[in-house]
Design a protein around this ligand. Structure first.
Ligand code: F6P
Length: 328
């Protein structure tokens, strides 16, 4: 609770928003923010469609009932958007004015690094912002895991399992492209969990000839099928499939999993982590703390300066990449 200069109570007003690519578990985080805020006696508002909606004034008061039955649902009930215009200071000023018009002093933003950058700027402009890591990419270094990563991972592993069934039946090689933007975690974890033979990510790098040699060797060793998991943007999977066919002896098919990876009901891990993060965000705002990014470190919730969060390097992934090296 805040106090005015005469000692009377002022109702604290905070808002919650999802931004950038949606991720399963965002709803669980929204629910946790709303319910903890109400528990602490705050008024809580939802901003619809990310920073774009904020600038357009799409802000509505939320009640407990508004976030019922969403913990298990994929996507985000608040909607989301990519909005590069938010890089302009004059556009951000409109957002600040919108929030001030409602008397909103704190904002919880759930999204990836672009979302964090917007939050950092808003924080500097006087709105106390807390960032929650929401993206399937797991590319935010201030947390071991991002909200949505484990759900997307399960989706990819399910797809690899299915592809293995058909590649085994036909004695083929399957090349699977997975999302991750510039981060290989989704490909790496899915490749390990799906028992794939080859994993190509931004962190492992890609040497075409080495890859073709290795796949041909496995064919020569009488391996009847192979799965190659590749992070998006690394290479053209159709071209690689043609090269594999020509060079290794495997008949090969490419599959791009695409936006299927972003949908679906969140797995329990994402729901629980998102709930804890949402509660933590409200605790910080209750103490009038802004400019922080929340993360999971081992079993603990921690918070970093949001600027620092944007420049940190991940060592968790490095450990996993070491594991792949040993598996080779
Ligand atoms: O950041 C999440 C993500 O799904 C990335 O993995 C992918 O590169 C990108 O978003 C796709 O963005 P969009 O949905 O805007 O095409």
């Amino acid at each position: 609770m805040c106090y005015n200069k005469f000692g009377g109570d002022i109702m604290k007003k905070i808002a919650v928003m999802t931004s950038g690519g949606d991720a399963p578990g965002m709803n669980a985080a929204v629910r946790a923010v709303v319910r903890s805020a109400l528990h602490h006696g705050f008024e809580v508002y939802g901003v619809y469609y990310g920073y774009k909606g904020l600038v357009e004034g799409k802000i509505e008061k939320l009640s407990r009932g508004d976030v019922s039955r969403i913990i298990n649902r994929g996507g985000t009930v608040l909607g989301s958007a990519r909005y590069p215009e938010f890089l302009k200071e004059e556009v951000r000023q409109i957002a600040v004015d919108r929030l001030k018009a409602f008397g909103i002093t704190g904002l919880v933003v759930i999204g990836g690094d672009g979302t964090y950058r917007g939050a950092q700027s808003l924080n500097e402009m006087g709105i106390k912002c807390i960032g929650l890591p929401g993206t399937i990419d797991n590319d935010i270094s201030s947390t071991d895991y991002t909200i949505g990563f484990h759900t997307a991972l399960q989706t990819v592993v399910d797809a690899i399992d299915r592809l293995r069934d058909t590649s085994m039946s036909h004695q083929r090689c399957s090349v699977v492209e997975v999302m991750g933007r510039n981060c290989g975690d989704l490909a790496l974890y899915a490749g390990i969990a799906g028992g794939s033979e080859f994993i190509i990510t931004p962190e492992t790098g890609f040497d075409k000839q080495l890859t073709l040699d290795a796949i041909r060797d496995s064919h020569l060793r009488n391996k009847r099928h192979a799965i190659v998991v590749v992070t998006e943007h690394m290479l053209d999977v159709d071209e690689l499939s043609k090269d594999i066919e020509e060079f290794t002896g495997y008949e090969t098919r490419a599959t791009v999993l695409g936006h299927i990876q972003r949908g679906g009901d969140p797995v329990a891990f994402d729901r629980v982590m998102a709930t804890e993060m949402g509660e933590y965000a409200v605790e910080l705002l209750k103490k009038d703390i802004g400019g922080r990014a929340i993360g999971l470190s081992g079993l603990n919730m921690i918070d970093y300066d949001i600027k620092e969060a944007l420049t940190m390097k991940s060592d968790v992934s490095n450990k996993r990449y070491g594991l792949v090296g040993r598996l080779k």
